[in-house]
Design a protein around this ligand. Sequence first.
Ligand SMILES: Cc1ncc(COP(=O)(O)O)c(C=O)c1O
Length: 463
Amino acid sequence: MRTSSPNELMMRLDRRASPPLRVQLEQQLRDGIRNGSLAPGMALPSTRALAAELAVSRGLVVEAYAQLGAEGYLVTRPGGATRISEAAAGGPAARSRAELPRAPRYDFRPGAPDVSLFPARAWLASVRRGLARAPHARFDYGDPRGAPELRVALAEYLGRVRGVVASPDSLVVTSGLAQGLVILTRALVARGAGSVGVEDPGSAPLWQQVAGAGLSIVPVPVDAGGVQVDRLGDLAAIVLTPAHQFPTGVVLAPDRRAGLLDWAARRGAVIVEDDYDAEYRYDRPPVGAMQGLDPRNVVYGGSVSKTLAPALRLGWLVVPDRLALDVAGQKAADDLGTPIVDQLALADFIARGELDRHLRASRLEYRRRRDAVVDALARRVPEARVGGIAAGLHVAVYLPEGTDESRVLEAARARDVGVFGLSEHRTGPGPPALLLGYGRIPVPAIDPGIRALSGAIDAAWAE
Ligand SMILES: Cc1ncc(COP(=O)(O)O)c(C=O)c1O
């Protein structure tokens, strides 16, 4: 893809305006990426060329590129141009599903459950029952935190399944975990927070949501034990995925859990526990949520996006007392509440044990798929190291040093294999690695899919 000229970016900096020039430049680039006028994959002008065009120092442009890199809007490969991230808002990930190209033959996209397993009949029965039993008052503007029926059912379910300490009053029902993170961010900003730690590697869409809602993100490195607690310093909050780190899949080590809780308690900092896919743990029962160990300093967030279907857009936050009013206020300010019919259906679905039943069946199916992926990788790509197999719906596949990750992705696409690279989820360089989801791919397609992927890896080396 060609490089844009400084002129084409149409950046206009206003020296009389109050935001500093660097902030103006960042905002204009961010807006351009979000509204699609700066296309995913496009190479930006060099820092020197853009600085000359805008008559600012080169350091200012370097800083702006670095900030947007940390937020996941830009990616820089060593020795290469800075480009708009493929995962950036306005890019393929944010476009409507209807616009997306057809699914590849071997669909290894991470973070996607098998929506064909959605228990539509049982859900329909829960919609009927939920509606039939609801008092008239439920159809009015209600408590922005959500229907009492659902908050009662969730408090019991999360306590039993995830060891979360929740009461109906500490729960806020949200439109997916995504909205939960946005309203929580706004509540933290309103209380004076300026920045938040995020995992690096981490979820690039999550970085964008948090940054878009007003907090600057500070990448905190992740290693084999999870996020490095000794790097938290004086941050006021950190968002992390302890049960199955996204994207590496590592489980937060017990000493790190203890260290994090200690850090938060000493500093009065907030730990935001993103429990996006923790119900899927294969080698033993899921490790309890961190929130259960210190409900005063941990905000817990989850959703049905991985267990039932992402399109339901149903999630929740369990909020410590000191943040409860602010978060409820932000939920009210955002949308006055989550659609009631879906809430009543989920309350009934949980209360009747349908969610447990669905999880038992789907966990078995995903375990079979995970085993097939791990087995096929061991036979067909023995030089790779596979990480993150204990839980969730994807594994991380580390390729031998020197492998060109982007070439592998290109060669895989040419073979109709849908895989993603780990570098989209890092702020700096790192070892070449792929994310291989098994939520969407049935067992019989896994071995042929990995065979095709192995061909793609060989082809990338041969180029
Ligand atoms: C790590 C992580 N956190 C949060 C989310 C948000 O999920 P949702 O808004 O669908 O609940 C996702 C979605 O894929 C995710 O991967």
